[in-house]
Design a protein around this ligand. Structure first.
Ligand SMILES: *Cc1c(COP(=O)(O)O)cnc(C)c1O
Length: 337
């Protein structure tokens, strides 16, 4: 089976398993786990923030960050296709009592003008804008890598109105790799960032929220409220530390995505968006089949991908697929269509 559903399907390699085996641990709710502490300082250093906090998932990390930034009843500005809006079960409303003002953006990041137009002043009849959420890479738009200038311009427009900015950077290292910029250039303009260690980097579990120390202390308390206080989490933090060493390999995933996209373009009925990172979106309307049928045909040939809309499927490359795997996928798809 060649599994291109997501870059979360990677399994921990021997280095990671060894690290888990020998990890020093303690009760992290009492802040006594040295491996979690090492992971948090390492990530903060890497991202150029004061502090960072380990979470079991990216969803919890985003939701806690949003909760800490906002007051109930406020509005959150976010791209219509952003993960916090589309894929977190309405958590902004459910968990934090927020209302989302969705923006139709080009490439997933609003322009300063869009931020200005979406901003709502707090007054008798209006809730006020409490947060701007950005996403990089932008998953639902095909793994687009948003450049530092766009991030900075959107963040500045928010800051001019005293609105803080949270970056959903689940794949921010993919963005930095694709743009060939230090990751700090993508993170510096925002107040807080979420990164996933369990996506392209290959950790078995975990995401981080990074930002100012006072924010992270508040987030630690809110993480507890949301049920995310963990005990001997060094067992999972140790492989997560090893995962940080895999950033340099992301370029290989991107190369595989380019090869895959180039091959898929030649398949009858497939319209492929040119990938910028490790996500390939293919519109299969031209096959005359619905996505489920296309995915079934692939699964019959031991290739897995994901439905990403009525006629769109997503392929995601990751460290557990090789170049021969990609070539095999293309041969099998060619055979199927
Ligand atoms: C996967 C993802 C998340 C959520 O991470 P989980 O660990 O799956 O909860 C958040 N944002 C983006 C952009 C993602 O791709």
């Amino acid at each position: 089976m060649i599994d291109l559903r997501s870059d979360t399907v990677t399994t921990p390699d021997d280095r990671m398993r060894d690290a888990a085996q020998s990890a020093a641990v303690g009760d992290d709710v009492y802040r006594e786990d040295p491996t979690v502490a090492e992971l948090e300082t390492t990530v903060a250093d890497r991202l150029g923030t004061e502090s960072a906090l380990y979470f079991p998932s990216g969803t919890m990390a985003n939701q806690v960050a949003v909760r800490v930034h906002t007051d109930r009843g406020q509005e959150v500005l976010a791209d219509r296709k952003s993960h916090v809006v589309k894929y977190e079960l309405g958590g902004l409303a459910d968990l934090s009592g927020l209302q989302v003002r969705m923006l139709d953006t080009d490439r997933g990041a609003p322009t300063p003008e869009q931020v200005a137009a979406g901003f709502v002043e707090t007054e008798l009849h209006r809730p006020g804008t409490g947060l701007l959420c950005l996403e990089n890479t932008h998953n639902a738009r095909g793994g687009l890598a948003i450049d530092p200038e766009r991030i900075a311009a959107a963040a500045e427009a928010a800051h001019d109105r005293d609105v803080p900015v949270h970056l959903d950077g689940a794949r921010v290292f993919n963005a930095a790799t694709a743009l060939d910029v230090p990751v700090t250039e993508l993170v510096d303009p925002v107040d807080t960032v979420m990164i996933s260690l369990s996506k392209g980097l290959g950790a078995p579990v975990g995401s981080m929220v990074a930002g100012p120390e006072s924010f992270v202390e508040d987030a630690r308390r809110t993480r507890k409220l949301f049920g995310g206080g963990m005990r001997q989490a060094g067992i999972i933090a140790a492989p997560a530390l090893r995962a940080l060493e895999n950033v340099a390999d992301l370029e290989i995933d991107h190369e595989h995505a380019r090869v895959l996209a180039a091959g898929l373009t030649a398949v009858d009925g497939f319209a492929v968006q040119e990938p910028e990172t490790n996500i390939v979106l293919a519109d299969v309307e031209g096959t005359g089949l619905d996505t489920e049928t296309v995915l079934d045909r692939l699964a019959d040939r031991d290739v897995l991908a994901t439905a990403f809309g009525p006629t769109t499927i997503r392929f995601c490359t990751h460290r557990d697929v090789s170049r021969p795997d990609i070539d095999a996928v293309l041969e099998r798809i060619d055979d199927a269509f």
